[in-house]
Design a protein around this ligand. Structure first.
Ligand code: FMN
Length: 211
């Protein structure tokens, strides 16, 4: 499947995977496309750590579960407990995928942002708060990654929930400053038929022309 519109439309998050190994050559190709993404000042603030080792994947999930039990212990109301339990299925399924890609970023400010920070009047600085070039750039790469995988017949799920155990997973994987784990992407052949198009807001709700 190579038509870009078809790839975009057919991609759905996959949470159940077949066990077949993903050849390293395919992983290299997917990352080759991921890094064609644009990035602020072309800083390319990304790294991709590929994990196939079952014990390591399980240790990552254990660290997420440890954080979750601390949250669970603090929940007092039945309703919040019910909500909490309904989300658990979205947190650690990555461990059952043949490959887990840990996406790292390196926070940075572009040269221009540094100039703005230095010379912009204090009162106006707040408006700059939403510009996080490293997160925006690495997100563009993750989107490319999941589309490239889809084009090659693989399923993925962009996951940030495991970041609840960010520090613990970074320690486990030997991620050193200035790098940080931003998302986790399980990758493999889909183990269940991909669901139909998940609902999207109507176009007229999200598209505004100011002509
Ligand atoms: C930034 C981001 C974080 C996400 N984190 C998770 C996650 O931790 N667990 C999960 O199961 N899905 C996660 N998703 C997937 C979304 O739930 C999914 O994209 C959304 O429901 C739309 O469904 P679709 O991807 O099948 O179109 C995440 C998606 C994005 C973009």
């Amino acid at each position: 499947m190579t038509d870009i519109f078809e790839v975009m439309k057919s991609r759905r998050s996959v949470r159940i995977f077949r066990g077949d190994d993903v050849p390293d050559g395919d992983i290299r190709k997917i990352i080759e496309y991921a890094v064609t993404a644009p990035s602020g000042s072309n800083q390319q603030p990304w790294k991709f750590m590929v994990i196939k080792d079952r014990a390591l994947k399980n240790s990552m999930a254990e660290r997420v579960n440890r954080k979750l039990s601390a949250v669970r212990d603090n929940i007092k109301s039945a309703k919040a407990g019910e909500h909490f339990r309904s989300y658990l299925q979205y947190l650690t399924f990555f461990k059952d995928a043949p490959v887990v890609i840990c996406v790292l970023t390196q926070p940075y400010r572009s040269v221009f942002e540094n100039i703005l920070q230095k010379y912009m009047p204090e009162a106006e600085k707040e408006e700059q708060a939403l510009v996080d070039a490293s997160i925006q750039s690495v997100s563009a790469a993750v989107q490319n990654l999941i589309l490239a995988a889809q084009a090659m017949g693989y399923g993925t799920c962009w996951m940030t929930a495991p970041i609840i155990a960010q520090k613990d997973i970074e320690e486990l994987l030997g991620v050193d400053e200035p790098w940080h784990l931003t998302s986790v992407v399980p990758l493999g052949r889909p183990g269940a038929p991909q669901k139909n198009f998940s609902s999207r807001k109507p176009l007229d709700e999200v598209l505004v022309f100011k002509k």
